[in-house]
Design a binder for this molecule. Structure first.
Ligand code: ATP
Ligand code: MG
Length: 264
């Protein structure tokens, strides 16, 4: 008899995560001692997710981020991007530094085109790539400006455009707004969410601030020190933009605060 009812398509096993930490431990030699900066950390991140890492000082947030960037290697366990071990820094993972790390002597366009130019891409391609990302982050009018002529938010956008021009799929940010006043910080959070949505980025964002994590993240990964460990991974199911005065927001704030325990 004909098989009129098509067999259900085999459900492929779960989608490959863009990043995966499997039982990652990182130890540092410190004089005669060994410091365990990160102990048995496991984490799966899907493409397009916005992840915030929170936790008190010394819990291994920067260490985990630097390992994803490829600046440090694991003592035990593995760190995979698209299923392959992260062995070194690469243009597919861009770090946005707190001071944005722009070259002051280059224009916005030249800063954004720096990566492709350094990798020897043809001039016309560098120019087209730079223009595309300068436009994407809304800086067309400032394409020929120098960093000192830009506001903090504009510098952040240049830094992100520069990472994107390298074909980065993952953007890593280590407390980028830590030193800013509340007003500027809120504006930069909005701008970051805007670019994240437009460019379909995967972001790992380190912060000390519970509220910032709830404003930004799809998932908040909570860490604790001594040794650094992942203690919780909470999904934030609130529609954006999020209202810090809503009861749901407050409930999450209390919940995360509880998870951080005496550490916060
Ligand atoms: N290169 C290193 N050599 C020795 N110890 C290190 C090194 N880097 C980090 N550590 C130690 O690893 C632990 C975790 O450090 P890490 O910088 O990851 O913490 P963090 O969560 O980012 O803290 P903070 O919130 O203060 O930035 C700390 O005890 C730190 O002293
Ligand atoms: Mg840190």
């Amino acid at each position: 008899m004909d098989d009129v009812m098509a067999a259900p398509r085999a459900v492929t096993s779960a989608v490959l995560p863009i990043l995966e930490a499997q039982h990652v431990t990182k130890r540092f030699a410190f004089g005669a001692e060994t410091i365990t900066a990160l102990s048995d950390a496991s984490l799966r991140i899907d493409k397009g997710e916005f992840i915030c890492l929170i936790g008190p000082s010394g819990c291994g947030k920067s260490t985990l981020l630097r390992m994803v960037a490829g600046f440090e290697s694991a003592s035990e366990g593995s760190l995979l991007m698209w299923g392959k071990p992260v062995a070194a820094p690469g243009p597919d993972r861009g770090m946005v530094f707190q001071d944005y790390g722009l070259f002051p002597w280059l224009t916005v366009t030249q800063n954004v085109g720096f990566g492709p130019a350094a990798r020897g891409r043809p001039k016309a391609e560098v120019a087209a790539t730079a223009r595309r990302f300068v436009d994407m982050v809304g800086l067309t009018r400032f394409a020929d400006a120098y960093p000192h002529q830009l506001s903090g938010g504009m510098k952040q956008r240049v830094a992100i455009a520069r990472v994107l021009a390298n074909d980065a799929e993952v953007v890593l940010m280590d407390e980028p707004f830590g030193a800013l006043d509340a007003f500027t910080r809120e504006r930069l959070q909005e701008e970051l969410l805007d670019i994240w949505a437009k460019a379909k980025l995967t972001v790992i964002f380190v912060t000390h601030a519970i509220e910032e994590a709830i404003i930004l993240a799809d998932r908040v990964v909570v860490m604790s020190p001594g040794p650094g460990r992942i203690v919780a991974d909470e999904r934030i199911d609130l529609a954006r933009p999020r209202d810090p005065t809503s009861p749901e927001f407050n409930a999450l704030r209390r919940h995360l605060s509880g998870l951080l325990g005496g550490h916060h």
